[in-house]
Write a protein that binds this ligand. Structure first.
Ligand SMILES: Nc1ncnc2c1ncn2[C@@H]1O[C@H](COP(=O)(O)OP(=O)(O)OP(=O)(O)O)[C@@H](O)[C@H]1O
Length: 252
């Protein structure tokens, strides 16, 4: 596949003795939305977290194989992990704004990376909030606490916060599972816009969501990547019987 942003080659991950990812081979294309689906506990989040080394934080976690971002081995000991996480930002299931103002939530990352100029920060805050389709709703409350926003607004704020450090890749772990249908639909529209500029990888429990927004879909089962193809083919003509059983709700 041309234009791969991320490549996993024979990737295995162990939590202690437990083999959580088994020989994963996958190429994730740039400027597309890729969804990871599969039953609970099959390794979707684990696989997502290997892409910006979030699993480094877990004791007893061992990884073999190769993961590259733009051709560079991200598990090379010389990799700057802070820079990696800036290039591949993460949005979690539960919105987790910092207990500070809307403005400071967005300016936090750029400040950490050394940007101090007020005008530049103002610009970043506005652009990031616009990209996350939140600007109009919060432009008059930038100096108010982010904790006063609705759940859906908080999640878009977290997306804006991820965008503020200019990542290439956005990793989303069930970003809408805690949201109502209207907020979910706003985030789905947003993902549609984001693919023009970013590579988006999303874990979702919701197969309809994968079918609506993802260009490519990966189906995981018991730590294995069972099937990976463009979303339409996967939903219309799954190649593996296990995929078919899962997407038709006949699993288990
Ligand atoms: N820190 C950890 N230590 C030990 N085992 C873990 C750890 N994190 C996850 N696991 C195990 O690894 C397997 C995969 O978990 P993971 O969270 O990746 O699954 P998932 O497909 O994202 O599930 P869900 O949809 O329920 O979030 C599960 O069996 C889980 O119990």
């Amino acid at each position: 596949m041309g234009n791969s942003k991320i490549v996993m080659k024979d990737l295995n991950l162990y939590y202690g003795d437990f083999h959580a990812l088994k020989g994963i081979n996958m190429e994730i294309p740039a400027n597309k939305v890729t969804a990871f689906i599969g039953p609970s506990g099959c390794g979707k989040s684990t696989c997502l977290k290997t892409l910006n080394r979030m699993n480094d934080l877990v004791d007893n976690c061992k990884i073999t194989g190769l993961v590259t971002l733009d051709g560079e081995d991200i598990y090379d000991p010389r990799t700057d992990v802070t820079l990696l996480r800036r290039r591949a930002g993460m949005v979690f299931q539960k919105p987790n704004p910092f207990p500070m103002t809307v403005y400071d939530n967005i300016a936090y990352g750029p400040r950490v990376h050394g940007i101090k100029n007020r005008q530049k920060l103002d610009e970043i805050v506005e652009t990031s909030l616009r990209s996350a389709a939140l600007w109009d709703e919060v432009k008059d409350r930038l100096k108010k606490s982010a904790l006063g926003l609705s759940g859906g607004q908080q999640q878009r704020l977290c997306i804006a916060r991820a965008l503020a450090v200019e990542p290439d890749v956005i990793l989303m772990d069930e970003p809408t599972s805690a949201l109502d249908p209207i907020s979910t639909s706003k985030i789905e529209d947003l993902m549609d816009d984001l693919r023009d500029r970013y590579t988006v990888v999303i874990v979702t429990h919701n197969m309809q969501q994968a079918a609506r927004i993802a260009d490519r879909t990966a189906f995981f089962l018991l730590g294995e990547l069972v099937e990976y193809s463009d979303t339409l083919s996967m939903f219309n003509k799954p190649k593996d019987e296990r995929t078919e059983r899962y997407i038709t709700g006949r699993f288990g």
